[in-house]
Write a protein that binds this ligand. Structure first.
Ligand SMILES: C[S@@+](CC[C@H](N)C(=O)[O-])C[C@H]1O[C@@H](n2cnc3c(N)ncnc32)[C@H](O)[C@@H]1O
Length: 243
């Protein structure tokens, strides 16, 4: 099964964040919360209300809907999943196309902003280059490209080089989560999930545990994130400016 079929099949029986995040409900809630806290201020700072904005790999329009709610009117979303585009069309006013990021059905220098959230190919430099070249091609010369993904140091260097070749320069890097904090939380989560599975079916106790975990985890992460070494960032938002 190729990636397109994988997303199509996954999304057919799911909606909302579940359709675009292959993760447990706890992780989905948590990620959604953290993403909103980090991304919305960046969008507000770098995207003007009259800008023409493209989201590549828009999924079911989760972020396009949020941009619409924030007053941005000229929005276009593309995704290679027919099912996700169907879901996006049902909830947003924006224009959507089924298209592949490796060969967009869009003309050159059309967009003020191009956004790619959790969509760039990892461990495949050729595909990464093709997708980023396409993003640069369709973005105006003085436009902006905003990426959010899980990067390690080399990924960021590769991305920066590809973008620079296309005359786009990194102007902002914002960590979404720090690396060691991610690891700590993942290991705590595994322990929690294990005890959750092993425990009896008496659910009141577990529901409370679950509730306390969700309440505590996100604010602590955000607080530490602001204090911690930002260089260790794993998941980050990168903003590139055309020159
Ligand atoms: C993790 S989801 C993120 C969706 C959306 N950006 C969000 O944050 O809600 C990845 C999305 O990228 C899409 N995608 C992956 N590779 C793609 C490609 N080559 N061309 C177009 N869409 C792609 C998938 O169909 C899926 O909707």
């Amino acid at each position: 099964m190729n990636d397109k079929e994988k997303w199509d099949n996954w999304a057919k029986t799911r909606t909302d964040t579940e359709a675009v995040m292959m993760a447990s409900s706890l992780i989905r809630k948590y990620r959604d919360y953290i993403e909103k806290k980090v991304l919305l201020p960046i969008f507000k700072k770098y995207i003007n209300k009259n800008d023409i904005v493209l989201e590549m790999g828009c999924g079911n329009g989760r972020w396009i809907k949020r941009l619409e709610e924030n007053g941005i009117k000229k929005l276009i979303g593309i995704d290679f999943s027919k099912e996700l585009i169907r879901q996006a069309k049902s909830k947003c006013k924006a224009t959507f196309f089924i298209s592949n990021s490796y060969g967009l059905c869009l003309s050159n220098s059309k967009f003020d902003n191009t956004v790619l959230l959790q969509v760039i190919p990892h461990n495949n430099i050729k595909k990464l280059r093709v997708a980023l070249n396409e993003a640069c091609r369709v973005t105006k010369i003085n436009g902006k490209i905003i990426l959010m993904d899980e990067f390690v140091e080399n990924d960021i260097e590769d991305v920066k080089k590809i973008m620079l070749k296309n005359n786009f320069k990194l102007v902002k890097i914002k960590p979404v989560r720090s690396e060691w904090l991610s690891r700590l939380i993942t290991s705590l989560r595994k322990q929690f999930d294990k005890s959750y599975k092993e425990s009896s079916t008496i659910s009141t106790k577990n529901t409370w545990k679950h509730f306390i975990k969700v309440i505590l985890e996100a604010p602590i992460d955000l607080l530490l994130l602001n204090i911690l070494l930002k260089k260790l960032s794993l998941e980050s938002v990168l903003v590139f400016n055309g020159r």
